[in-house]
Design a protein. Structure first.
Length: 265
């Protein structure tokens, strides 16, 4: 079985904001696009246009209907799921060939396809369902935090982040060093009460989730009354503009027959 390296000071990972994730799948598709040609390439698909399509996806998004306490109406919370790059990953310690390993320099958990025998022990050990079996190549694959992007000096500094983070249109995904208490991601976790997924099992995931904020819509917000006219020049200007721009109701003139809705013939 594979042993773990000593705990590293640097812990690269993701912080995912469940409040702003809209489930658009941009992170999943950008992950698929980048990694099908990168470190984990290829991410193969079987019968992609058939009734029983299957394939390798390193990032998946689930949607859950949640009803908050005291609320009559439920809401949908989108929950992205990928490898959490645990500090004590069971997927690594059960690997019989050392193919699954944790990097000592930054804490990223990877799979070496050259030594992976596809026994699936890592997928059985992972409680988060983060391992993907590639049937075409007989090996296990998983999120790499886009290790071939984040250290690529040919990229501009702002592009040295995982593809999923770069593609997120709402800024729900954040990347950085969670081992540094002063990093932006660590401060974000502290401010928003970020939490571990299934902390009770003791694998110490590096990735964190930010909880959804309290509902903010017409059911929770008090109505705001509009300001009353004060007779100022601006007020009169807006009243005139409202009168000019508002659609007028058309009424038939005297002795005029209304032919609306009738066909000529």
């Amino acid at each position: 079985m594979t042993s773990l390296p000593p705990p590293s000071a640097k812990k690269l990972g993701l912080v995912i904001d469940l409040d702003t994730c809209v489930g658009c799948q941009a992170c999943a598709t950008s992950c698929k696009e980048w990694n099908t040609q990168g470190y984990s390439a290829p991410l193969t698909d079987e019968n992609p246009y058939g009734p029983e399509a299957s394939g390798v996806w390193l990032n998946r998004i689930h949607g859950y209907e949640v009803k908050e306490e005291g609320q009559r109406q439920s809401r949908i919370v989108h929950f992205p799921r990928s490898c959490l790059h645990c500090e004590e990953p069971a997927c690594v310690t059960v690997c019989p060939t050392g193919a699954s390993y944790k990097r000592a320099e930054d804490g990223i958990v990877l799979v070496n396809p050259e030594t992976c025998i596809g026994c699936k022990l890592c997928s059985w050990a992972c409680p988060y369902g983060a391992r993907e079996y590639d049937q075409s190549h007989g090996v296990m694959k998983k999120c790499t935090l886009c290790v071939d992007r984040i250290y690529n000096e040919n990229f501009e500094p702002e592009d040295r982040q995982p593809a999923c983070v770069k593609a997120c249109p709402t800024g729900a995904r954040h990347f950085g060093d969670l081992g540094d208490a002063n990093s932006k991601v660590s401060q974000l976790v502290a401010e928003r009460g970020g939490y571990d997924l299934l902390p009770e099992i003791g694998y110490k995931p590096v990735n964190k989730y930010l909880p959804p904020r309290a509902r903010r819509d017409a059911t929770t917000t008090a109505p705001v009354s509009l300001p009353k006219p004060d007779g100022s020049a601006f007020d009169r200007l807006f009243q005139w503009a409202d009168k000019v721009l508002s659609p007028r109701k058309m009424t038939p003139r005297a002795n005029e027959v209304d032919h609306s809705g009738k066909l000529e013939g």
